[in-house]
Design a protein around this ligand. Sequence first.
Ligand SMILES: [Zn+2]
Length: 302
Amino acid sequence: MTLLTNTGVPHVHLLDAGLINMPEYTGVFLVDTESPVIIETGFSYSVPRILEGLEELNISPEDVKYIIPTHIHMDHAGGAGGLAQACPNAQVFVYDKAARYLVDPADLVKSVERAVGSLFERYGEMIPITEDRLIKVSGGETFKLQDDFSIEIIHAPGHAPHQFCVFVPEYHALFTADACGIYLKEIEKISVTTPPPAFRLGEALETLNQLKALHPKMLLYTHYGAYKAENRLDDYADLLIQWVTNIEKIYDTTDDFESIRNHFVKKLLPDYDGHYDSLMSNEEIGMNVIGVLLYLKRQREN
Ligand SMILES: [Zn+2]
């Protein structure tokens, strides 16, 4: 059985990172150009699957040129250290100001543990990467993988300050990272991702504007799959504004984070039912509420 699915974008294959109890939620993209590239790395335990995927494409790990986690959240960068070991000639992209977290992941892992609560047990570990294996990017860089395939790095703060998206101008394809939300294919709906500690609404909306200006035709969602762009970027901007507004209304009446969190978990759980298991739904909704509350609190303190 093949692990890879076609994305409709030439050379780009999607593989399920295999998040425990959550199939087709977190993806990894294998790009089989002359310089092979892996975009997103899943979790540390995703590495054997990714290597199997490479084998299906007849790509030897020694030939992998770049490993590109779009940001240092563990569902995107958790496998980067293990992959760097398995692909000895590959270099790992990281947003320059976040590079130290891949060299020494201890603080990052602690922060993830705080953010994701009991889901943490599904996140695996993080293997450090030595600094000489890193390519530090800040947005605006272009790398040519072969004649008809290059990648542009687009700094994409909002969901997280150290996030970037990857654009393939030849095919108008955009690897969205978490900048365009989470696409739930069962209900054909986008859902928000506004986690602590550093979600910022203004930056998220500005990022969506910049991405729109690229006129992408295909969106490659890490969570999860490849879809025509249509109005999805505009829809996500509307959804984010609505989400923050709804939370702010309650925050105006109480600053008890726990009760606000519980209010939304109770209200939204039925929407998420059937797409996530209950632990995942609970933590996912809660995380998105707390991320917005921390953002609003910072706004009010300034
Ligand atoms: Zn993510």
